[in-house]
Unconditional design. Sequence first.
Lengths: 582, 447
Amino acid sequence: MATFRPTLTGFADLKNLSRRYRPNVFDIVIFALVFGALALIAIGGRQTLKPLTAPNVFISLDPWVLPNYALRTMLRMFAAMGLSLLCTFVFGAWAAKSRRAEMVIVPFIDVMQSVPPLAFLPLTLVFFLGLAPGQIIGAELASIFLVFTSQAWNMVFSMYHSCRTIPRDLKDLSDSMRLGAWRRFWALEAPYGAPSLIWNAMMSMSGSWFFVVASEAFSVGNTNIALPGVGSYVALAVEKHNFGAIGWAVLTMLLVILATDQLVFRPLVAWSEKFKVDSQQSDEPATSWVLNLLQRAELSRRLFRPVGRVLASLASIRFGRPIEAPAAVRNALSSRTVDWAWYGLLTVAGAVSLWRAVTFIGGAVGWPEVGWAAWLGAITLFRVFILVLIASVIWVPIGVWIGLRPRLAAAVQPIAQILAAFPVNLFFGVVVAGIVAFHLVPDIWLSPLMILGTQWYILFNVVAGASIFPGDLLEAAASLRVKGWAWWRKVILPGIFPAYVTGAITAVGGSWNASVLAEVAVWGQTKVEAHGLGAYIADASAKDDLHRVLLGSVVMAVYVVLFNRLFWEPVFAWGAKRLRAE
Amino acid sequence: MADLAPTKARGSRGAETLLEVKGIRQTYPRGNADHLLVLEGVNLELKAGEIVGLLGRSGAGKSSLLRIIAGLNRPTGGEVTWRGRPLKGPTEDIAMVFQSFALFPWLSVLGNVELGLEALGLPESERRTRALQAIDLIGLDGFENAYPKELSGGMRQRVGFARAMVVQPELLLMDEPFSALDVLTAETLRTDLIDLWMEGRLPLRSILMVSHNIEEAVLMCDRIIIFAANPGRVAAEIRINLKHPRSRDDARFRALVDEVYIRLTKPFEQAGTKPGQGAATVAGGIGMILPDVSPNAMAGMLETLAGDQFKGKADLPELADELTMEIDELFPLTETLQLFGFAEVAEGDIRLTDAGRHFVVSDVDQRKLIFGERLLARAPIASLIRRVLDERPTHRAPYRRFSEELEDFMSEEAADETLSAVVTWGRYAEVFAYDEQSQNFSLENPE
């Protein structure tokens, strides 16, 4: 991969975007709505079903069950991905088309992106178990939902952004050919958004292995749930102190990730090259041996053709022309009055939600506890900050060194991406064993776990950024004999800055999420705990204390949103404005 | 080669009225309560058998009008009728060709052309036949399976034409269809189109095109409608009674080109257009929209004018030819020279003034001095900025201070463009400085 592709499309075009959608007071309303709804689901779940009954599933440590477990884990991933795609097509396109929908959907995505996915599990578990009491399907749904919440948002955002940036001529043309909304979606919006969407889906997938593994084995109160999968296999291995089994599971996971990458996403990314418009063309289009094989083989052609035809005919179904509303109705619907009614409705709903969330949390905890949670949040923030700093100091020079050597970069890039996808929580048990054995301080030595899996985002974004750094500039710098620190400060660092920030944002987001697992870790019967907001949420979740889970999530979301707004966005905007080569 | 127009006979010239545009008014909402007026009182008639050109400066609302006629936008006021019936939205009778070609990169040539037939609900076999016919007609046979990115610009625009023709429209709308092409390719495509039109092999009964190129309009059109800006309105109409094929060297052709230039430069000569409309006039107030023209281009133009070839006076068409500029590049430049008093435009000619001559013979520092004096004397927004900076003790003022004042007269984009021009000029003349990072004007010069 010689091209720099931002991991989060949304941030990459922040400047572009801010021209239309600006954060405003309704973001707070949406914030309240999200947590009010979560409180409602949590309360509602509790009322319908108590006590919790967990389905009994036997997990074996025999290595031969691993292929089966890996398959189950993968199925959960793809089910969640299907759900994410559906959500993307509906909400991404809708937000781009309707100003009023945009006002809700964009901040909603923003908030959802900052809620730690692992907090959804305890909050929604009862609800899902209630759907099918005593059966495993409820727990499966809860797991899939958790994975979905870790995947969907950047995909929705990517679709929204693509739809917003479709060239006006193509839109005009579709209108003038009277394609109709359904046909137009499949003829224009979906293909136009495909390259960025597929890239974001791959990124989402890579980030969510962590969560699928975590969601397979967990305890809420006295309920222990284990779904057949690699995650629960490892959980059992940790409980039994079985290093061998952990080794087998790690190997399996690597193979699974490698297979998904090579057999699913690489071909998709290569295929999506054809949907790029001129301005997005990269010099070196992505290629995939699998795609080449598929496209060349007569057999696969025969296999795919009927499927393709069915899909094509579905996409070209012509629904009747929408009935044209009379001008008076059209004008009334787009009037300011309806706008105000809509704002009013949102505000009321937000206020009610806020009240629900506050009473729900406040019923169990007082203000001092809120302050305590905020303090723990500050500790975790500090930890994340230091870790990203350390990771940057290590990986930026290495990334630049690699990125400036094209052949090396081509070899390293896929490895870094696979490392980023690998669910490091499979290793947590081993690290804890080390901490216990050497009597280390958990507050310090548990911390690296948070960045273990997400540091790779910094590496591969820097590599990508350095590899597209203009050769002319490097040669100019060399001929002017700019060397040493001046070379770093004036030449390369500004050049890779946008890429680095993209990587750092992803790493920080991932670290916050990982804190829920990393600040509390177990090895058999030994539990090691650090101080922090992640540990607070994890503890509350283990005690089935939904009030505190919700409080912890709200605090974390506030931290993440504020950190994005007050730190990353200005930094990124500054970089985009100042350091972009025109 | 196939023939797409066997059934629809073209009416004799000046016969049936196809399209009528009556009192069109178009406004776009702005941030606050008021609206930006883009088109006002536009009347237009298209008859069967004629090619009509819309000519005017960029921003005169020609494309807005074209989109209204295509049924893509609804006008705020007025009415468009197509063959006597009010136009309610896009119809298969009216097709459009775009400057950017607007091809779907993921569809082959055939796929792009067939897409035009989607809305007609034809069976697949007929779609294929008709698409192949259109591809054949427009000279694309052999390229059916190629993707747009494999084609040259000219070939891409042919696909655009084939896609428009395949629905057998009666009216073809073209939005600067040749301006993204190189000179030779554009000429070939124009000639091919006119040939097909003259031979009656297109399904069309009329063509309406927006252009920035005066010669192109005189070459192709039966009638040229000249648009004035702010708000967009019809300023004049010129009939071209030359037989096809037309030659650029023909004396009558040259005379018509001259006439169009004269008509096009007229509006700017009338000083003192109503204030508040943001008209670009020499004697206008603070509400003048200033084009972002670089001092280097101005100097270059003045030097060319003063050179041996023109000796201080040039025919605008000749000058445009010499500099290979279309009117959307040429006019902003000539107007800015007029604004600074370096040149005068009259009757399609441009003449160097004494100030202009003085500028040409000066050295770099003197040029900056002359430029600065004229800037402060003749561009009210520049003198306002300087005055504010002088008055304030800090000698600093934010961008918004001036952009908001300009927005009382013009759109946000126009205000940005005007300020961008003034920043460039002010920096060149060193009469004030601007820091993009803090968005502040100041008097200090960077060390």
